[in-house]
Design a protein around this ligand. Structure first.
Ligand code: GDP
Ligand code: IMO
Ligand code: MG
Length: 427
């Protein structure tokens, strides 16, 4: 089973980093295929806690070859800061390769991200401010800067000049900011070329060769289905393909080589930034869940919005991604509740919707229809075998499994590497 895709089911922060790390010792390659340093993955190994943004989480496993695929947007300052931080903690990053076709986040992309958000006012997306949207916009507009452009100064200058021509008008006349010079951008980028050169490769070739040789390749998605540019709650989404199809376009590996699609889903729901969220809690129960689940962003430190589990979303994600296995994380956080509400459908102005409504306005108006499942009081963080879970916790998992139509292969009961119950092996 060599090609394994990891995708987020909800609005991110489901525990994808931990899931990738879990596969570490059975993995030969890990490739990040979308997004950039908007992602934040916390991985706990023994007493050590790592926060990763741009690098794939699989880099923490010794011997694993890590790849930043063509679908990723790269902030070079962040790339080298993250590499250095890991090296200083004894993590070997020498096996990292970066696609020559990945796009570069520059100074003007970061500036534009922040000023457009401010300009939107009440309609803001609540982005991470890392320049993600403007960089993908330039890619689609065919005025982006790619990793390979850094090795030809003449081309780089031409491209940056071309991009700035339009952007400086925007910055000056619309956003009332200072213009950015070609020199400052080019100088900043060229400062990284010597360090970047040995990392750059034809990563599509490397990955296809690896699969030919029978290696296990994990495609690590950032963000999640509901944040996907096509399938998420547009416009309150990120700007990349965070779903399983993105694993193919974002890495240069054919879809027929993706054998297993693993959806990571939290036992409740969280979201950072603006946009619809039917099961969101605004009461003290939400406060309890946020504190207990430690739901504060790894990237921006923002308090995450929290709510109950939403079954139609998991069904939707299963469909969009072709999910074969679910990893249900943070079940331990739900310990101590008498009853656990689970959203089974939506009420939209009196009409029942069993699936996520295709019309965004209907989704905004969706009021959850809840089924109450019995809770449990026992600490489950030490449980490693499904049958050892309290009956109510087993029933909760089985109910979610039945609602989604996909098997729950792994259950998370704690943040550490071994805090899992494995029902079916993923590799
Ligand atoms: P990602 O962006 O999907 O990789 O997820 P984040 O790292 O942003 O957020 C998930 C958080 O939950 C991290 O702090 C993990 O250490 C933690 N975590 C993951 N799985 C579990 C679990 O099963 N139980 C508990 N208590 N924490 C978990
Ligand atoms: P991981 O990989 C949660 C959200 C932002 C904002 C929207 C657009 O850790 O799950 P962007 O900066 O991407 O243009 O912001 O998407 N967002 C995330 N929310 N987890 C993430 O990544 C996210 N990456 C982006 O909060 O609402
Ligand atoms: Mg995260």
């Amino acid at each position: 089973m060599p090609g394994i895709v990891i995708v987020g089911v909800q609005w991110g922060d489901e525990g994808k980093g931990k899931a990738t790390d879990l596969l570490g010792d059975r993995t030969d390659w890990v490739v990040k295929f979308n997004g950039g340093n908007n992602a934040g993955h916390t991985v706990v190994i023994g007493d050590e806690k790592y926060a990763l943004h741009l690098l794939p989480s699989g880099i923490l496993s010794p011997g694993v070859n890590a790849v930043i695929g063509n679908g990723v947007v790269v902030d070079l300052e962040v790339l080298f800061a993250e590499i250095e931080a890991l090296n200083s903690r004894g993590i070997d990053t020498s096996r990292l390769r970066v696609s020559a076709n990945a796009h570069i986040i520059t100074h003007y992309h970061r500036t534009l991200d922040k000023v457009t958000e401010r300009f939107l006012g009440k309609r803001m997306i609540g982005t991470t401010g890392r320049g993600i949207g403007p960089t993908y916009a330039d890619k689609i507009n065919r005025v982006g800067i790619r990793v390979q452009d850094l090795f030809d100064e003449k081309i780089l200058r031409q491209k940056v000049e071309g991009a700035l021509e339009q952007k400086n008008h925007l910055l000056l006349k619309v956003y009332n900011r200072r213009a950015i010079t070609c020199d400052e951008v080019v100088d900043e980028l060229l400062a990284y070329t010597d360090r970047l050169r040995p990392l750059v490769a034809d990563t599509s070739l490397l990955l296809n060769d690896a699969l030919d040789a029978g290696d296990v390749v994990v495609f690590e998605g950032g963000q999640a289905t509901m944040l996907d540019i096509d399938h998420g709650t547009y416009p309150f989404v990120t700007s990349s393909s965070a779903t399983a199809g993105g694993a193919s376009t974002g890495s240069g590996v054919g879809p027929n080589r993706l054998d297993r699609i693993v959806g990571i889903v939290k036992a409740y729901t969280t979201r950072v930034g603006s946009g619809p969220f039917p099961t969101e809690l605004h009461d003290e129960q939400g406060e309890w869940l946020r504190k207990r689940g430690f739901e504060f962003g790894t990237t921006t430190g923002r308090a995450r919005r929290v709510g109950w589990y939403d079954a139609p979303i998991t069904r939707y994600a299963t469909r969009i991604n072709g999910i074969t296995d679910l990893v249900l994380t943070k079940l331990d956080i739900l310990t101590g509740l008498d009853e656990i509400p689970v959203c089974v459908a939506y009420d939209v102005d009196g009409e029942r919707f069993d699936e996520v409504p295709v019309n965004q306005t209907d989704f905004h108006h969706s009021v959850p229809v809840y089924e109450l499942l019995p809770g449990w009081q026992e600490d489950i963080s030490g449980v490693r075998v499904f049958e050892d879970l309290p009956q109510a916790a087993q029933d909760y998992v089985l109910a979610l499994e039945a609602m989604s139509g996909t098997r729950v292969s792994v259950i998370g009961v704690g943040p550490a590497r071994d805090g899992v119950i494995v029902r079916h092996d993923l590799v």
